[in-house]
Write a protein that binds this ligand. Structure first.
Ligand code: ZN
Length: 356
């Protein structure tokens, strides 16, 4: 069997090829949905590809989503292609649906956001009445600085540190990460309308999971937690049935984002909430498999510099350097990290399949 490292792609284009080839080898067809406007750095079209194993009318299913956050897709893509190559198969009567590169723009350009600077995992709100994030508003200029000279960045950092001292580090991180709908050139912007990827995900669910009564979702992410560590983050309180199901599948890997035990705090407009809303009668167990890469500060600084480059820089001289920085922040290109995180993916998928 090939080593897990060999499943990790060099870029979006290679990831897509590997996914389609793995589907062919597994004897299933993949379906391509072309992005209506965005193109990759090579000038070519971008796609969400999806595929399914098992009967169309299955009542139980596992949904695997890769590349919700673009540049985090190296991991999710490797998990999907690698598990397919290793013979991924649903139990009798169940279905496995794979969605590859939900945010193909971000994947192709090594960015976490989509073509409109939208964080897809904050996009699923009522855009006529988006949630407010007054703490982000207070810190907006310090979070997403418009001036990258060292003195200005130091002043921005000092402002954030003061907030952290006054309210605690978890509150500071929540202000930054929770999601915001007022600053289109800021971080964790949830958008002003339903994104293309959002519509495509809903369409895939309607086509591929129409009859499902019991659904497990694993959405692959990177960037939070200790390097190589993995958590199944569930948006549910520990006393809920949802959380109990996650614990039964994943043991201590399952953590709640609502209590401070997970590497992520509460968020707004997530896909968890969207899928629950689209499939109200389904017994849904939804987890983000979050694997760590670098420190919070390292990842945060990469996101701020990438944001500055795209919206505030006078020129693009620093584009190659910042591109390498953000890619490294979400994708540590080392054999040890790849083996560790692929093992988390294997365990997560095995736990879900056993529960089906
Ligand atoms: Zn993510």
């Amino acid at each position: 069997m090939p080593s897990p490292e060999s499943y990790f792609p060099a870029d979006y284009r290679q990831a897509r090829k590997a996914f389609i080839a793995a589907c062919e080898k597994a004897g299933i067809d993949s379906i391509a949905r072309v992005h209506p406007s965005a193109k990759g750095p090579d000038g070519k079209p971008l796609f969400i590809d999806s595929a399914a194993l098992g009967p169309r009318h299955a009542k139980k299913a596992l949904l695997l989503i890769a590349g919700t956050h673009g540049v985090e897709g190296y991991f999710g893509s490797a998990a999907q292609s690698g598990l397919l190559r290793q013979g991924l198969a649903p139990p009798a009567g169940a279905r496995v649906v794979l969605v590859h590169a939900l945010n193909p723009y971000g994947f192709a350009w090594d960015r976490r956001v989509n073509e409109d600077n939208v964080d897809l995992n904050r996009n699923y709100v009522d855009h006529a009445h988006p949630p407010d994030n007054p703490d982000y508003a207070l810190l907006a200029e310090a979070i997403a600085f418009s001036d990258a000279d060292p003195q200005s960045v130091a002043a921005a950092d000092a402002k954030l540190a003061a907030y952290g001292r006054a309210h605690g580090t978890p509150a500071l991180r929540e202000a930054i990460c929770r999601g915001q709908y007022r600053f289109p050139h800021g971080l964790h912007f949830g958008g002003t309308t339903e994104s293309w990827s959002h519509r495509m995900l809903r369409a895939i669910l309607a086509e591929d999971l129409a009859r499902v009564e019991k659904l497990v979702v694993i959405d692959f992410h990177t960037g939070l937690g200790e390097s190589g560590a993995g958590e199944m983050i569930v948006e549910a309180m520990p006393d809920s049935a949802h959380y109990a199901r996650a614990r039964a599948m994943w043991g201590a890997m399952a953590t709640s984002s609502e209590t401070g035990e997970a590497v992520s705090g509460p968020l707004t407009g997530t896909m968890d909430q969207a899928v629950a809303g689209w499939l109200p009668k389904v017994e849904l167990t939804y987890a983000a498999l979050e694997v760590g890469t670098s420190s919070f500060q390292t990842v945060f600084d990469a996101l701020r510099r990438d944001n500055w480059l795209h919206y505030f820089a006078q020129d693009q001289r620093l584009a190659p350097e910042i591109g390498r920085q953000i890619r490294a922040a979400f994708y540590p290109d080392t054999p040890a990290w790849k083996r560790a995180v692929f093992a988390h993916a294997e365990r997560a998928v095995q736990g879900a399949l056993a529960a089906l």
